[in-house]
Design a protein around this ligand. Sequence first.
Ligand SMILES: *[C@@H]1O[C@H](CO)[C@@H](O)[C@H](O)[C@H]1NC(C)=O
Ligand SMILES: *[C@@H]1O[C@H](CO)[C@@H](O)[C@H](O)[C@H]1NC(C)=O
Ligand SMILES: *[C@@H]1O[C@H](CO)[C@@H](O)[C@H](O)[C@H]1NC(C)=O
Length: 300
Amino acid sequence: MDYGWLLFLFSALLIDLHGVHALFVTDISVPEIVDFRDNVTLVCNYDMSGHTLNSVKWYKDHLEFFRYTPLMHPVYIKFPVTGLQVLDGSYYCNESSCRLGLSLQGAKSTGVYKCEVSGDAPHFKLAAKEDNMTVAALPQSDPLIESFNSMYRMEEFLSATCSSDYSSLPTRLTWYINGEQPLLGELQPTIDTSIPAHDYVLRRQRLQVHFYLQGQRFYQSGKILELKCVAEIENYPELRRETSLSASLSQFDNFNNQMLRHAGANSAAATQRNCISARTTLISVCFVIISLAKCLQRPS
Ligand SMILES: *[C@@H]1O[C@H](CO)[C@@H](O)[C@H](O)[C@H]1NC(C)=O
Ligand SMILES: *[C@@H]1O[C@H](CO)[C@@H](O)[C@H](O)[C@H]1NC(C)=O
Ligand SMILES: *[C@@H]1O[C@H](CO)[C@@H](O)[C@H](O)[C@H]1NC(C)=O
């Protein structure tokens, strides 16, 4: 028996299998979350491994909006689909990658974006990858800290407010005082304001922190008081924004403090003495009045 034939057949089968299965989309780049005012770039990379590229098709929610067919004319075709516009002159595709620039149309641009690649005859193999894109109104600025001064003294009362920028996604504000979160009771309830705009309900949060500059937190901090406000959006850590401001903090001066306390104690004692003497005077006056009244009551 000649095993050479079998080996040849087996190898041929392997090569064929390899050829048939090699076509695949290596990766697709679709932004996960994007602001409705931005333009986005979508990229699809594929590995033809010997196949000839027949077409690359882009879909939004199963509706085709763009096609690249290198073997036909026209090579590029756009199809109108609600929620997006393929920007003129911003697309380029070849046998290994396809890139498009899109402008968006608000909330209706949110959806599943798919890139599908097909090989040529006789197999017309298909390969595809898809990703979700959420189009939202994202905060355009860092949180704003208000009514914070540049200088404070120990024992002083401090109150400051942080506001997030308007966003269609719920934002959570967190304060940090010298790197630590405020204590219980140092925060007011968050105030939530909403306005409808651009097909979205935009919301902004305001959070007030208030506390006395007392205790270990501040003694240990040296001469700097740092307040930081962080605005975070759930599920999107990359959208975190923060603002920090610092103020100089005059520390408690021990000598002056002693003097103050001493003076305080003295004045307290003085007040007490004055009270006693006032009371004595009052009693004496009453005694004189009572005696006088008794004198007047006596029959003459
Ligand atoms: C989006 O692209 C269009 C067309 O190129 C351009 O006019 C517009 O300014 C771009 N918008 C942004 C936010 O870059
Ligand atoms: C295809 O285009 C990309 C840029 O989009 C480029 O990096 C790549 O080298 C091109 N490939 C070929 C085979 O021309
Ligand atoms: C897209 O989102 C839908 C639901 O919102 C989810 O079921 C699906 O798995 C997501 N697809 C991808 C590729 O993340």
